[in-house]
Ligand binder design. Sequence first.
Ligand code: 6PG
Length: 243
Amino acid sequence: MAPEVRRYMNLGELSAEAAALVAEWARESVARRGAFTLALSGGRSPQKLYERLSRSPYDVAIPWSQVHFFWGDERCVPPNDPASNFGMAARCLLCRLAPPPNHVHRPPAEVSPPDRAARLWEDDLRAFFGESGGFPRFDLVLLGVGEDGHTASLFPDSPALAEQSRWTAAVDGNRGKPPLPRLTLTLPVLNCARRVMFLVSGSGKAEVVRAILDDPEGAGRQYPAARVSAEERLIWLLDGGLL
Ligand code: 6PG
């Protein structure tokens, strides 16, 4: 699927547009299916979006009581660790919305070893989505891109990129920032999502993003983010300072 690309003057404008899209899709999913399944990304780029979603008008304009929160990846640390993606979302978004605990599907990243954590996480996802239809179908997966072309915690040359049946994987994360073991959704799960929205900010990513958007197929050999598609819509929101 060819990505839809939108450019913004700065991260504030990008986050404002992202919030409006999340609100539109949340209302649509709830109207059609009674729930909105949202996989959050980590890193710095989505933080302004999360803060915006937790405030007026979105605090009331989104049917939060029907939203289920998931994560595309997590660093293997306890939830209160400053490096936790769950912790970041809790501080920027969830603390103001106070969703019911059974709507917050946090990867159990504090469990050791990471392989066991990944299996427990997958069990939770299978219990929620059911096993009948193959891979789960998230209503929206939010993703970022690293300067090396990684997305979620799928790093270049990672064996997890070859996964074809598991929903989750543990990865060593040596190349991540911070360099911690990580848990990640696998490529087939990302690619089964109804919608995928990349939020990209940071001038160090210009070369990688240009390569991916110019020739996704060619770039896929080098950059995992280029291998992500979606069932209905694939959107890249770029901070204008980037390209
Ligand atoms: C993580 C991520 C990761 C992130 C990119 C971009 O846990 O680190 O989910 O894939 O989205 O590294 O991060 P920035 O937005 O901080 O550049």
